[in-house]
Design a protein around this ligand. Sequence first.
Ligand code: NAD
Ligand code: AHE
Ligand code: ZN
Length: 369
Amino acid sequence: MKTRAAVAFEAKKPLEIVEVDLEGPKAGEVMVEIKATGVCHTDAYTLDGFDSEGIFPSILGHEGAGVVVEVGPGVTSVAVGDHVIPLYTPECRQCKSCLSGKTNLCTAIRATQGKGLMPDGTSRFSYKGQPIYHYMGCSTFSNYTVLPEIAVAKIRRDAPFKTACYCGCGVTTGVGAVTNTAKVEPGANAIVFGLGGIGLNVIQGLKLVGANMIVGVDINPDREEWGRKFGMTHFVNPKDVQGDLVQHLVALTDGGADYTFDATGNTGVMRTALEACHRGWGESIIIGVAEAGKEISTRPFQLVTGRVWRGTAFGGARGRTDTPKIVDWYMDGKIQIDPMITHVLPLEEINKAFDLMHAGESIRTVVTF
Ligand code: NAD
Ligand code: AHE
Ligand code: ZN
């Protein structure tokens, strides 16, 4: 069949809206009609050529929601008509990682996913007879896409697609970094670096678990008002700090934070976040995705003296099990999504979403079909 999609033909070039060919689902796969998709900074990072796994031409997008319209042979866990969220972190419930109970990083299809292919080693998308690659196993910048059934989370039908799609990455990542990865306890002091589509969700996660100080750090002064809306208690703009930022943050948090979170992807900020942790126990969680070739560094003494560096992918959430619960939290009013969706655009205007993000004008743009 044909489907409308925004194709990334080359790095650093605007996406082009074209009709691509899409093959139907094979065994164990489903076709999903995407109703809405968020644009995450990771999409921009891949389009800008910073992703070591970036492949072109491809159909980006990994924060979608839609409806199952066709199932391949052997599919049992979802049916036509089900509302689903595509998962870049699938959950097969059979691989060593899933069975370990120690990680959400299912390994069943990770190798082919990283090569832009379906588990059988081929692509379902093509244009003028040439294959177009999948992205993060999702390719939600297409009106229709095909996914393995282990890579879709079935969600309740009364959740609006326009807001539920954000649970496919940003909301789950930010809130989950607090609840699953750091397991922040009530009364803890925390610092969040980067108050964008992910960082604000870290802030609302911290508020949810009853953190005490919630310090937000951003170089964009407009983000102070945003942070305060979701529970931030203190704001620091590094540009306004005289002297050393680490010392400033350590003083503000009475010896350092119990938990810090990087939601910028900047390796210099990651170092600051680690060093702003409390001596003896502070934990720093890396959420941000750094450009290919970048490395983190600090004095080993920082770790010797008890600070801990951790990372999180998709907020430690087990795709099929936890994503529907995050949607429930939203529908039950425990977390907010609507105010963070600052812009809604039709697919034809998707390139504006990237411009708004780079200009610091949007929190999340959602594209509807
Ligand atoms: P965003 O563009 O919406 O927000 C980034 C924020 O960081 C902006 O407010 C910006 O002003 C701020 N910032 C930039 N440089 C800074 C600096 N030096 N100091 C302080 N603040 C700074 O991006 P997003 O969608 O929120 O994504 C944030 C990061 O998280 C990206 O690197 C993205 O790739 C990554 N990410 C990771 C996961 C994961 O599973 N680990 C999931 C989603 C996104
Ligand atoms: N492909 C990059 C790494 C990108 C990355 O770390 N992605 C995160 C999700 S970002 C969502 O917005 C992730 O889930 N990582 C775990 C995984 O298995 O990809 C690179 O450096 O090669
Ligand atoms: Zn994302």
